[in-house]
Design a protein around this ligand. Structure first.
Ligand SMILES: *[C@@H]1O[C@H](CO)[C@@H](O)[C@H](O)[C@H]1NC(C)=O
Length: 197
């Protein structure tokens, strides 16, 4: 009996270990859920058709953050601003990248965000937390974003030929900051000719 119970326990532990390992492709970075960063619930949710063809990159024009608590607190402020001042239904971006090298869930996968007028229903809005006018995101922040985009393709959320561009290429904003914009130009999938509005 003792033996049977311990075998059962070991099997369960083994399964949950293996499942948590294999349920997401290994390239996928940790995603901090909205629940975990204590986000408000979206007032309304609209869905996009996947795979999505475009990724629009932004920065939050806030301070940077190196720890989950700091990133979470910045994001709660941003979400409040988006929902109260801008009257969005949720934080506008689909996902955010923290200086701690982790992805934070915003509006999320296959949802319509509110980040780039004219593109929201056919793009994923990815925002780097910080202000990247004169400095680059941290190495791990950049790597995390790259891994996340690869992950999106593997999950079937992003088209294999998705186009990556900066918000400033399609709207009157400096986002995601000149320094980060220059960096993005060397990334796979970057396009100097985003699809028209
Ligand atoms: C972002 O950084 C630039 C360069 O350091 C600075 O001039 C600008 O005021 C910053 N923006 C905000 C909103 O803090």
């Amino acid at each position: 009996m003792y033996k049977l119970v311990s075998i059962l326990i070991l099997t369960t532990v083994y399964q949950s270990f293996v499942l948590s390992d294999s349920s997401l492709p290994s390239v996928c970075p940790d995603i901090i859920s909205k629940k975990r960063w204590d986000a408000r619930t979206a007032l309304e949710v609209d869905y996009v058709i996947i795979p999505i063809d475009n990724v629009v990159v932004h920065h939050t024009v806030t301070s940077s953050c190196d720890y989950e608590d700091d990133c979470a607190s910045l994001l709660r402020n941003i979400q409040n601003f988006h929902m109260e001042e801008l009257e969005f239904h949720d934080i506008g971006y689909n996902f955010m990248v923290g200086g701690d090298g982790r992805i934070y869930e915003g509006a999320g996968w296959h949802k319509v965000g509110a980040h780039t007028r004219g593109y929201n229903t056919r793009s994923l809005g990815l925002a780097f937390i910080g202000n990247f006018t004169t400095q680059l995101p941290s190495k791990k922040q950049l790597q995390c974003a790259k891994d996340f985009l690869k992950c999106g393709v593997v999950l079937g959320e992003l088209s294999k030929e998705y186009k990556l561009f900066a918000a400033r290429q399609v709207s009157s904003t400096a986002s995601p900051g000149l320094k980060l914009y220059r960096e993005l130009q060397n990334w796979p999938h970057f396009t100097s000719r985003p699809p028209p509005k």
